[in-house]
Design a protein around this ligand. Structure first.
Ligand code: AP5
Length: 217
C-alpha cells in the first residue's frame, strides 16, 4: 500500500507517518528528513537545499523528484511507503504519477490532515526530536515521560530544527498555500483524497487513519 500524507507544516504528517510505519510496516519517506540529512552531510544536494530550507521556501522540483525516484526503488519500499512532505507542487504530483506508472506501482490514498493555522505556530515552536532515534516530542503536547530522557531509546540528546521558529514558519505556510494546497483539489478530482480533522489528539488521528487504510486495503 502506497499513501501520501498531505498537510501544512506542523499538521502531524511526520508523527502519523511514524505510527503507520510501526503499525503496518510501511516505510516513511520524508523528503524533509532526506534533505536535512543531505545538508548535514554537506552533499551537493545539501548545499543547494540549505539556504532555501532556512528561508522556508521549496527546494527545486528536480532535486526532490530525483531523490524520491531513487528511494522508492530500494527493496524496503516493495511492501509500500508513506510519502511525508512529497509531492508539494503540481509538477511533483505529475512526476510522481509518471514514476509510479513506470514502476508498476499504485497510489492507494492521499490523506489530508487539517489543522487551524494558529495551532500550527504552537505545534512548530514547541517541537523537538531525539537526536539519537528521531522520536518526535512537543513541550506541551508530548513531553518525554522522564524529563530529558527519550521514551524510545533512553538518549538525552534532543534537537530543535533551525526552521522551527515563527518567522520561518510563516514563509513555510506561504509556500504551502501557494504551491502545495492546490494538490488538495488535484487529488480530490482524481478521487484519491480523504480529509480528516487533525485538531484532535494524536492517538485519535491515528485511529482515523487506520480506518481509512482498512477501507482502502
Ligand atoms: P518538512 O520536514 O517536510 O517540514 P513540513 O512540511 O514543514 O512539516 P513538518 O515536519 O514541520 O510538520 P509535520 O506535519 O510533520 O508535523 P509533526 O508531525 O512533526 O520540510 C522542511 C523543508 O524541506 C521545507 O520547508 C522545504 O524547504 C524542504 N522540502 C521538503 N520536502 C520538499 C519537497 N517535496 N519539495 C520542495 N521542498 C521540500 O508535528 C508537529 C508537532 O506537533 C510535533 O511536536 C508533534 O508532537 C505535535 N503534534 C502532532 N500531532 C498533534 C496532535 N494531533 N495534537 C497535538 N500535537 C500534535
Amino acid at each position: 500500500m502506497n499513501i501520501i500524507l498531505l498537510g501544512p507544516p506542523g499538521a502531524g504528517k511526520g508523527t502519523q507517518a511514524r505510527q503507520i510505519e510501526k503499525n503496518r510496516g510501511l516505510v516513511q519517506l520524508s523528503t524533509g528528513d532526506m534533505l536535512r540529512a543531505a545538508v548535514a552531510a554537506g552533499t551537493e544536494v545539501g548545499l543547494k537545499a540549505k539556504l532555501v530550507m532556512e528561508a522556508g521556501g521549496l527546494v527545486s522540483d528536480d532535486i526532490v523528484i530525483g531523490i524520491i525516484s531513487d528511494r522508492i526503488d530500494e527493496p524496503d519500499c516493495a511492501n509500500g511507503f508513506i510519502l511525508d512532505g512529497f509531492p508539494r507542487t503540481l509538477a511533483q504530483a505529475a512526476a510522481l504519477e509518471e514514476l509510479l506508472k513506470a514502476k508498476g506501482k499504485a497510489l492507494n490514498a492521499v490523506i489530508e490532515i487539517r489543522v487551524d493555522d494558529d495551532k500550527l505556530v504552537e505545534r512548530i515552536t514547541g517541537r523537538f526530536t531525539c537526536g539519537a532515534c528521531g522520536e518526535g516530542y512537543h513541550d506541551t503536547f508530548r513531553p518525554p515521560k522522564v524529563e530529558n530522557v527519550c521514551d524510545n531509546c533512553g538518549a538525552s540528546d534532543f534537537k530543535r530544527r533551525a526552521d522551527d521558529n515563527e518567522e520561518t514558519l510563516r514563509s513555510r505556510l506561504l509556500a504551502y498555500y501557494k504551491e502545495t494546497s492546490p494538490l488538495i483539489g488535484y487529488y480530490f478530482a482524481k478521487d484519491n483524497l480523504v480529509s480528516l480533522d487533525g485538531m484532535v489528539a494524536m492517538s485519535d488521528v491515528t485511529v482515523k487513519i487506520e480506518t481509512i487504510l482498512n477501507d482502502r486495503a
